[in-house]
Design a protein around this ligand. Sequence first.
Ligand code: DGL
Length: 262
Amino acid sequence: MNDTRPIGVFDSGIGGLSVLKELVSLMPKENYIFVADQLNVPYGEKTKKELQKITLAICNFFVSQNTKLIVIACNTATCYALDYLRSKINIPIVGTVPAIKPAAQKSKSGVMGVLSTPATSKSLYLKNLIKLHASNIKVVNIGCFNLENTVEKGDLNSPKVKKLLNKYIRPIKKSGADVIVLGCTHYPFLKNQIQNITGISTIDSGKAIAEHTKKTLQRMSASNKSGGEIHFYTTGKARFFSKVASLLLKKTISAQKLILKI
Ligand code: DGL
């Protein structure tokens, strides 16, 4: 059976495109609706209550669009709202969390760095992930203010970005870490810069999320082999989103404005 209903994918902004890219690469024949909540970016400086309220409104939009599954392409929203959203929304939800487990398996020095938003870095969710998968590893956990904002603007290489990266990466470099977890979906767009500065390899969750989504759809008997459409929405400025998204994905993207019912 072919289930042509779309998959809903969302983030606070442009970062979710790093997950969407992996989803499309693994499942090109699925239809997608992508929502960038740029009116409310950065999620990493919001409270749990705010995040739950906003992300519920996005999920309700997906329900109104008859989506078969939702991917939260955002670590911060997953850490603070995944359980809440699952209790409110009656379709499967796949979350994104920092790749602590594969990083712990990969590390030979026994030290890893984690870069994420301020909210994710201090979350109980991350603390528990570390306890569960990296109890024998030293974890240098850095919450990064403003890094997602530069990616939002399509700024990946300016001196300002390099200065910010150097500041956040310095303690990781000093620690002897041999792997850096990119715990925010905006950061894979800075992967080359991070690797150039540190010489340390990075790891993110994009591919694993895509594989998990594929398996979930197979279990639901809800895969699609005849689609391939992607509709982009932003709660911010559609022209600006389209410009930056086209730059990052290296193809022409045209987004529509979405007004959320919060
Ligand atoms: N991209 C998001 C994440 O993975 C959040 C960035 C932000 O809005 O602070 O956490």
